[in-house]
Design a protein around this ligand. Structure first.
Ligand code: ADP
Length: 472
C-alpha cells in the first residue's frame, strides 16, 4: 500500500505537540510493516533541517490555482528517519509559511487550506491508496479528494487529535480552494472532513466514546453519532527509538526496567543542572503546553502543595497565550530563590528527555485529553504518572497498577491524590518500585496501533465497515 500522510506537524522537524509525534511515529511504524509511506508538510521557515537528509527540489514551479490566481510552489523532497517527506514551499502566497512558527496566525485557515489544495494537486499525480489526514488543518482534503476521478481517488482516513480545534471560517475560504460554499456562511473545516472522509479515527478508545456526548462533543457530537459506522478510536503509541532510556542520547547515563538503579544518577544530574537542592526529596514534574486543556490551575495547585510537603517540582511548560504567560511568570518570580522548584517556561526538546528520566512523579491533570503522550513517555522512563481520569489517560493509567489518578478537576482532588502518591514514595518504597516497574514494562510502542491502522486501511479499501471501538 502507498499511504500518504498530510499534516501540519512532524517530529522532530516541525513539532508543537503530540500531533508531530504521531505523524512521525506512525509513519515509521508503517514503514516497518513494509508499507510505502510519504508525508507531505508545508516548507515552514522554522523547519529543523538538521534532521532532513537528501533534501532537493523536485519541481521549482509547481502551479496551483488558489483564489482565482495561479500560484507557483517549489516542491522539495527529503527523508526524515527513513520516511520520505515532500515539502511544499508556497512562493507566491502571502509568505504563508515564513512566519517563524507553525500556528497562531489570524489567517491560519487560509494558510492550511492553501496547503491542503497544493498537497492534493501534487498527490493526484501519484499512485496513492490511502490518504491519511490529520486534524482540521488538512481535513478539507477529504472533500477536495471527492473531486478527483474515481479511478485515482484514494481512500481518505481522517484522524482527530484534538476536537477542541475545529478550524471555523467563512464559506469564502472554501471557495478559494474550489469547494462549494456560501460566501458568508460559517464553515467548520473539521466537520467538512468528518462528512467527506471514508473513515474517521480519534486517538484513544475512551476519547472516542467521550466525544459522542454532549459534555465533550464540542458541538460535533451529533455529526459523529450520525457517522458512528465509520468512526473508531485507536490508542496512540510512542516512538520507542526516540523515547528509550537505554539509548537516549540526551541522558548522561542509561537505565532500563531490569537495571533501574542509574535513574537516580539522572535525577541528580537534572537537579544539578536546574540548581535544585541535592536533599533527598521526591521530584514531581510536568511537561506541557500551558493551555486551559492541560489544567494549568491544577498544575499550580499541585506545585505549591508539593513544596509544602517537602518535595521538589520541575515544570517545563510552553507559554502560548498571554494569560498563562502572566500567570506563570508571576509564579516564577514569586518562587525565585527557592532551591526546591524550577519553572522553565519554554519549549525544550532536549531538556524534556532529562526531565522525564529524572522525575519520580509525573503530573498530567488535563481537563480533557484525547490521548496524551507524556504519561506514556513518563512510564517508559520510570516516572510514575498522576493523571486526571479523562480521555486516553483512562486507557493508559490504572490507579494502583502503574500510577495514580483522580476524578474531579479541583485542587482538593489533586491534593488528595498527590498526598497519597508522596506518602507511597516516602513510606512504601516496595510499592513505589512496583509502580515504576509496571509502568516501564508496559508496551506503548507503535507496533500495535500501526497494525490497527493497517487493518483499518485494508478494510476501508475493501469498503468494509470497521468495529467502532478498537481496544488497546
Ligand atoms: P499535546 O499534543 O496536547 O500538546 P501530548 O501529550 O499528546 O499533548 O504531546 C505532547 C508532546 O509535546 C510530548 O512529546 C511532550 O514531551 C512535548 N512537549 C509539550 N510541551 C513541551 C515543552 N515545553 N518542551 C518540550 N516538549 C514538550
Amino acid at each position: 500500500m502507498h499511504i500518504v500522510h498530510v499534516a501540519a506537524e512532524m517530529a522532530p522537524i516541525a513539532k508543537v505537540g503530540g500531533l508531530g509525534d504521531v505523524v512521525h511515529g506512525l509513519s515509521r511504524a508503517l514503514l516497518s510493516q513494509k508499507q510505502a509511506v510519504t508525508v507531505i508538510l508545508p516548507k515552514y521557515d522554522c523547519l529543523n533541517l538538521n534532521y532532513v537528509e537528501h533534501l532537493e527540489i523536485v519541481n521549482p514551479t509547481f502551479p496551483i490555482t488558489f483564489d482565482g490566481k495561479v500560484r507557483r510552489n517549489a516542491i522539495w523532497k527529503g527523508s526524515v528517519d527513513g520516511v520520505s517527506v515532500i515539502f511544499i514551499e508556497a512562493q507566491e502566497a502571502e509568505e504563508y509559511f515564513d512566519r517563524g512558527g507553525i500556528y497562531g496566525y489570524a489567517d491560519d485557515v487560509a494558510r492550511f487550506s492553501y496547503f491542503s489544495l497544493a498537497a492534493l494537486t501534487y498527490l493526484s499525480s501519484l499512485n496513492v491508496d490511502v490518504l491519511h489526514i490529520h486534524d482540521w488543518h488538512t481535513a478539507l482534503l477529504a472533500p477536495l479528494a471527492q473531486q478527483l476521478d474515481l479511478s485515482n481517488r484514494p481512500k481518505v482516513v481522517l484522524t482527530i487529535h484534538n476536537l477542541a480545534y475545529q478550524g471555523i471560517c467563512r464559506g469564502e475560504d472554501l471557495l478559494k480552494i474550489g469547494l462549494k460554499a456560501t460566501k458568508d456562511k460559517e464553515v467548520n473545516c473539521l466537520k467538512e472532513g468528518i462528512l467527506a472522509a471514508d473513515h474517521v479515527t480519534t486517538v484513544s478508545p475512551n476519547y472516542a466514546r467521550e466525544i459522542l456526548t454532549t459534555e465533550l462533543g464540542l458541538n460535533l457530537q451529533q455529526t459523529l453519532r450520525t457517522h458512528q459506522h465509520k468512526f473508531s478510536g485507536i490508542l496512540n503509541g510512542i516512538d520507542y527509538s526516540t523515547w528509550n532510556p537505554e539509548t537516549d542520547p540526551f541522558l548522561p547515563t542509561h537505565f532500563s526496567a531490569s537495571h533501574p538503579q542509574k535513574k537516580a544518577l539522572v535525577k541528580q544530574e537534572l537537579k544539578k543542572r536546574l540548581m535544585l537542592s541535592s536533599d533527598e526529596a521526591p521530584l514531581v514534574c510536568s511537561i506541557t503546553r500551558l493551555v486551559t486543556q492541560k489544567g494549568p490551575e491544577l498544575i499550580k495547585a499541585a506545585l505549591l502543595r508539593t513544596l509544602e510537603r517537602g518535595g521538589q517540582f520541575v515544570l517545563l511548560g510552553s507559554v502560548l497565550d498571554e494569560a498563562s504567560h502572566a500567570q506563570f511568570y508571576q509564579l516564577k518570580r514569586s518562587l525565585a530563590g527557592s532551591r526546591f522548584v524550577h519553572l522553565e517556561l519554554t519549549y525544550n526538546e532536549e531538556l524534556s528527555h532529562l526531565v522525564f528520566a529524572g522525575a519520580d512523579l509525573f503530573l498530567v491533570p488535563s481537563l480533557f485529553e484525547p490521548c496524551g503522550l507524556t504519561q506514556m513517555i513518563a512510564m517508559r522512563y520510570g516516572a510514575v504518572p498522576l493523571v486526571r481520569e479523562t480521555g486516553g489517560l483512562v486507557d493508559t493509567v490504572e490507579q494502583g497498577k502503574n500510577g495514580f489518578s483522580f476524578g474531579p478537576p479541583t485542587a482538593e482532588a489533586i491534593w488528595d491524590s498527590l498526598d497519597h502518591a508522596l506518602t507511597v514514595w516516602k513510606d512504601k518504597p516496595a510499592e513505589w518500585q512496583m509502580l515504576v516497574k509496571n509502568g516501564m514494562e508496559e508496551n506503548f510502542s507503535w507496533e500495535r496501533p500501526a497494525k490497527a491502522y493497517l487493518q483499518l486501511y485494508l478494510k476501508t479499501l475493501k469498503n468494509q465497515p470497521s468495529p467502532f471501538f478498537s481496544s488497546r
